[in-house]
Design a protein around this ligand. Structure first.
Ligand code: PLP
Length: 414
């Protein structure tokens, strides 16, 4: 069943007047609402955008939404896209419309943000031992019987702390949890079968928790896509599968929830964590967040749907200085674009590359073939690597059609 979000609250974002708070947008738009800008078919550059400006391309977004939804349907898996990627209720609404069954989130603050938009199904992909966070969550669950949240547990101590806080808060509904299987050298998650089973048993015994499944994150050690790395991921996913088999009679939900899968190995996850026999009904839930915008870097190289998905998120910036023949400085820096995976890529230049970013400048090494196209004043479009660390630098992002006309403005909440 697709998850829901409050359409009225999402639509209200289009009625908040624009002003100087939103970098890059034309000052001509100040005082107008996103709804007004959208219906006038405005072109941000013709209207006076100042660089840098981050934009989303509508055709790529629509294509990626339907491509991923079709892929999940074919493979018989659900998708709970990671909402930390964009933190944008408008984009999440479209993911739900395309069939996503929940949103995945990383922190209780992120849960609060999406609860403000009435989101009713959440995977909180972490153990929650924050006392105030748990009390808030217990209230939220008790106040709204249609709200469903599952979080993870990876230690007996965590189970005890959560149980004690929820008991003290007088929580009326048990909190659904998945035992998290970790990877040696990875991030959170129980190490080894004995620990997985001990934590699962402790959760099942707690009156405040309900053990509903097993979860993990196969990209905790990186995004290497060599045969060898994919084999290691396969081995890890088989540990998750083994935990489901061992704990089959311990789960307490109507069905067993099994969840893994960021944007690099979701094909391996679907291979290894579907087609179950002898354990009851299993729902396999992927959590990819970056499929939505894809990119020209990390996911362009590693997504199982590379070639099928299209980059939807780019940053435009202007050449402001050409102090040396082979050097252009561009009005885009670490405040505007991701640099944690790869540097941005000038998609319209054939012989140039970004070599360094400062807070507000990009250093572009200009090849001979691009000398004229990277002159002072030229606007250049840059592809990005890793959408999560671009979205968080922009509070309002125009969505443009293939003619560059605004069809929407997307608000983010980081
Ligand atoms: C636990 C967890 N699940 C899912 C994802 C989503 O993966 P991706 O960012 O590759 O889409 C992440 C990303 O960091 C994650 O930490």
């Amino acid at each position: 069943m697709p998850a829901t979000i409050d359409a009225t609250a999402v639509a209200a974002l289009s009625d908040e007047p624009l002003d100087w708070r939103y970098k890059g947008l034309p000052s001509r738009w100040w005082g107008r609402t996103p709804a007004q800008v959208r219906t006038s078919g405005a072109d941000p550059f013709a209207d006076g955008a100042v660089g840098p400006l981050c934009v989303l391309r509508e055709s790529a977004l629509a294509h990626n939404l339907s491509t991923m939804a079709a892929w999940c349907r074919d493979r018989g898996v659900d998708l709970a896209p990671h909402g930390k990627t964009h933190m944008a209720p408008q984009l999440l609404a479209r993911q739900f419309e395309a069939g996503a069954t929940a949103v995945t989130l990383a922190t209780v603050s992120q849960v609060r943000t999406f609860r403000a938009f009435g989101v009713d199904r959440v995977v909180l992909a972490n153990e929650l031992v924050d006392d105030a966070g748990l009390r808030w969550l217990a209230n939220e669950l008790d106040d709204d019987p249609n709200f469903h949240l599952v979080c993870w547990v990876d230690s007996v101590r965590g189970v005890e702390m959560m149980s004690a806080t929820l008991a003290d808060a007088g929580a009326r509904r048990a909190l659904d949890v998945c035992v998290e299987v970790g990877m040696a050298g990875g991030r959170t998650g129980c190490r080894g079968d004995d620990e997985v089973d001990a934590v699962a048993r402790a959760a099942a015994k707690s009156r405040q928790l309900r053990l509903v499944g097993v979860a993990g994150y196969e990209a905790a050690t990186g995004h290497d896509v060599t045969q060898e790395a994919r084999q290691l991921v396969r081995g890890y996913l088989r540990e998750i599968r083994g935990a489901v088999d061992r704990l089959a009679t311990t789960f307490q939900g109507e069905e067993i929830l099994v969840s893994a899968g960021g944007s690099t190995y979701f094909d391996v996850v679907a291979d290894e964590l579907s087609e179950w026999t002898g354990v009851g009904t299993v729902r396999t839930v992927l959590r990819s967040g970056c499929y939505l915008t894809h990119d020209d870097g990390l996911y362009g190289r590693t997504s199982p749907l590379a070639g099928a998905l299209r980059p939807a998120l780019t940053v435009w910036a202007q050449v402001t200085s050409r102090p040396e023949p082979e050097l252009a400085l561009v009005t885009m820096g670490r405040r505007d674009v991701s640099f944690d995976q790869d540097l941005p890529v000038p998609t319209s230049l054939s012989a140039s590359a970004v070599t360094k970013l400062n807070d507000q400048h990009a250093y572009l090494r200009v090849g001979p073939a691009d000398r004229d196209r990277a002159d002072v004043g030229a606007w250049l479009e840059f592809g990005i690597s890793h959408p999560c660390t671009v979205f968080d630098k922009w509070q309002l992002i125009p969505v443009v059609d293939d003619d560059g006309r605004v069809v929407d403005l997307v608000r983010t909440f980081f």
